[in-house]
Design a protein around this ligand. Structure first.
Ligand SMILES: Nc1nc2c(ncn2[C@@H]2O[C@H](COP(=O)(O)OP(=O)(O)O)[C@@H](O)[C@H]2O)c(=O)[nH]1
Ligand SMILES: [Mg+2]
Ligand SMILES: [Zn+2]
Length: 286
């Protein structure tokens, strides 16, 4: 990172934890509005002054965003290469539409997603996990499965993420913070867990980038009940679904939105659950 720049780890209000160019932790002040922002974990910001103040957010190579209740966009993570969509084999049971939405957000934002199924050490319906694994493998995604608390799942994920910046996303309780702690050796990542376990309530925690010793880092995001895509034009929505995009060459019209119109061929090749999620998102985004 060039001098005069810092990598954002976590934003809270008008201040941010960051890593300076020399790798030292620093706290920077953020103006109310910042060019290219608002800043998010993973962002590189131009800084100047003492104490350092953010001047502009550098252009991003990727962006994981979600839609807000007011029809806006919230950036959860910037400049990450990989999106790890975490689902549990059981407790909570996997939801295909939820997985599809995260995968689409990753694809649309320029991240490379893969799927991790946790809690296979607990009694669960093996047919459900096998079907899920087959479904997403057929779309072209890697699906890793195992336990976040024992065995070699963590090592397999660590291999996959290497020195990249990776984002962990998924429902509350699927093991994101457990995996983050195991991948980074950072015990603080699980602190939110005990709070949640005590109160039995959903705790919202701001996403935070935890650097890895060998470069890159892991961004743990808070689980949400429903994941809304950032507002996306209907004609680009299929870019979030590689299976639909690949099939679309066969549709009669180049402008086909795959909503079940005349001459649309995607129903013949795309899994019904994937199409159902795509069409629900299309209806939301028209
Ligand atoms: N048995 C088992 N428990 C797990 C596994 N992954 C997570 N847990 C437990 O599930 C609970 C929720 O995990 P947590 O990491 O907080 O999930 P998060 O909400 O996605 O961050 C914790 O009590 C974890 O110890 C797993 O693979 N196997
Ligand atoms: Mg968590
Ligand atoms: Zn079509």
């Amino acid at each position: 990172m060039p001098p005069g720049h810092a990598r954002i780890l976590r934003v809270s209000g008008r201040t941010a934890e960051a890593l300076a160019g020399d790798g030292r932790p620093t706290t920077i002040n953020l103006p109310r509005t910042i060019a290219g922002g608002p800043a998010a974990p993973g962002d590189i910001v131009e800084i100047s002054g003492e104490p350092p103040r953010g001047r502009a957010v550098r252009p991003r190579s990727s962006l994981l965003a979600r839609g807000t209740a007011r029809g806006g966009t919230r950036v959860l993570a910037a400049n990450a290469e990989l999106l790890v969509v975490v689902v549990a084999a059981v407790d909570p049971p996997p939801s295909l539409p939820f997985i599809d939405r995260y995968l689409a957000a990753g694809e649309l934002g320029g991240l490379r997603p893969f799927v991790v199924v946790t809690k296979t050490d607990l009694p669960h319906d093996e047919a459900v996990v096998a079907e899920l694994s087959d479904l997403y493998t057929a779309v072209g995604y890697t699906v890793e499965q195992g336990s976040a608390t024992e065995g070699d799942l963590v090592a397999r994920i660590a291999d996959r993420i290497g020195g990249t910046i990776s984002v962990l996303a998924g429902h509350s309780g699927v093991g994101k913070s457990t995996l983050t702690a195991a991948l980074t050796g950072e015990a603080r990542a699980t602190r939110a867990v005990s709070v949640k376990a005590r109160t039995g309530r959903h705790t919202t925690t701001d996403p935070r980038l935890i650097p890895l010793a060998g470069g890159g880092g892991v961004i743990d995001t808070a689980g949400v009940r429903t994941f809304h895509l950032a507002p996306t034009e209907g004609r680009v929505l299929a870019d979030g679904f590689p299976d639909i995009a690949a099939a679309s060459g066969g549709c009669r019209f180049r402008t086909c939105l795959h909503a079940g119109d005349d001459g649309c061929v995607v129903d013949e090749v795309v899994a019904p659950s994937r199409l159902a999620t795509y069409r629900a998102l299309l209806a939301d985004n028209r």
